[in-house]
Design a protein around this ligand. Sequence first.
Ligand code: GDP
Length: 592
Amino acid sequence: MSSNGNKLELPASIVIRDLALKIEKSPIDLIKKLMTNGVMATINQTVDFDTAAIVVGEYGFEAILETVEEEAGKVEVGEVPLWRQMIAGENNAFLKTRPPVITILGHVDHGKTSLLDAIRSTEVAAGEAGGITQHIGAYQVEKKGRLITFLDTPGHAAFTQMRARGAQGADIVVLVVAADDGVMPQTREAIAHAKAARVPLMVALNKVDKANANPDRVKQQLAELELVPDEWGGSTMVIPVSAKQKQGIDDLLEGILLVADSNDIKANPNGKVIGTVIEAELDKSKGVLATLLVQNGTLEAGDIVVAGTAYGKLRAITDYKGKPIKKAGPSTPVAVMGLSGMPSAGDIFEVVDSEKEARNIVSERTEAAKTLSQTKKKVSLEDLFANVQAGEAKGLNLIIKADVQGSLDPIMGELNKLGEGEIGLHILHAETGNISNNDVMLAAASKAIVIGFNVQADVDGRRLAEKEGVDIRLYEIIYRMTEDIEKALKGMLAPKLVEKVVGRAQVLAAFSASKFGKVAGCKVTDGELRRGARVRLFRGADMIYEGDLSSLRHEKEDVKEIRQGYECGVGFKSFNDIEAGDQLVCYIVENS
Ligand code: GDP
């Protein structure tokens, strides 16, 4: 790295602290600049070249890329869903490309529903007889002879719910951003979710038909969020569409196929059947109707399925159009009947050999669920330290909600200062507004704590937090918040224990006292001896005993301590080999 005039060579990625050093600015200043650009980063975090270039640009530097290598990815949180693990465990030779499963996320009113409808209706126009009437929470369309599966649930909620259960079902997130409105809070939230779930993301730039649409502004905003559009040399596909006028839909579908191709979306159609429950409802006459997304293997009518704590022999399988089918391979959404109870959206389902096996699994799960709810691992400031000690948490993940941007800035500044220590603070999401269900979902999925500053938690959010064991902390004064976190961080730091010698004594004589066994008659030569402290007994250069100083007497009286110059009787727990001339060192262990 070198600088030349106001030209500044930067690598493909750089830690904020180093970047600050390079331009000789305070890291806090830099973090604030990043924040105003919508990038949340702590001092120890890395930003990519593009982000760094924008920020140093604000200080008058022209950034030049030092190497061509791109930074691979940022903080990854969240568990790998079970079905993905299953597929990963399959023999490569049996894996076949399967249709990509898409979920559409974005800010409210940016056009998620309209886009899902537009995609669906293009397909109808393309020759589906009778149209599609059923809404089962997912559908498929065909493009270039290939299928694409869309999750058609109320986007965000379903996505987060699924992810919170470690069963996130989508392969690609299509982020809808309205060209007239740009990046909004839920846009950022959606990006955070996609990142945490490690799902590739592409952008549908919607409402380009509107007179006040400003696609370039949106692209700029996306670039600032590390989603550099491909036409600008980045790796995020941004496709202009109008859901209303059904423009750009074909391009979007082609784009999806391209992203799918570069992501190796596969499964074993002949492997063990596993998938995710998309939704379930109770029909008075038909019983439980569930929508399942098959993710590995092939589901067949007559199979015995366990889904969460429900099970049953599938009586009928229909596709998303309501047409009865016999088999459904990977990435196929189907509606099924025959389950004994209601599974939850996001539950994993699997096919088993017999009803008996199904019953056993269900009773095991019911038991496990009971124990889990009793011993649910909460992430709270109070028990975080223990989690770190147990190796279950490496740092503190935070989601910050504040009343206004004006409070968010100083909060972030303070937190970033705190995060400079040994244990990192990771701010996963910071936004204005009340604490919602979605914030709690993200917190549950990422083992984070939600901090509210001058805001409330919505009723739904509170309920969910209780259920999921998410710690929500509300503050009105910044320093109270930083104080609490600082304490937790201190607790999190393993206390460094040091020995401090408090006194020395010489053994003058050893004598027997029936109650204690042998007792050392000593004279304190230095400092003091303390009952309950630790002692080492030396004979010449050899240490012959180390342990607790269990009894201390002065003239037949029990005493707590005895000072230099005095004589005393000292007893050690189960140790009797004492001789005149031995040296005693008394020490304590304390936090540094
Ligand atoms: P959602 O909340 O993200 O599901 O958004 P909706 O699909 O409900 O759309 C919100 C509003 O934006 C509705 O009034 C739609 O008619 C309108 N809308 C959606 N897509 C477009 C578009 O491409 N162009 C225009 N002009 N309006 C759109």
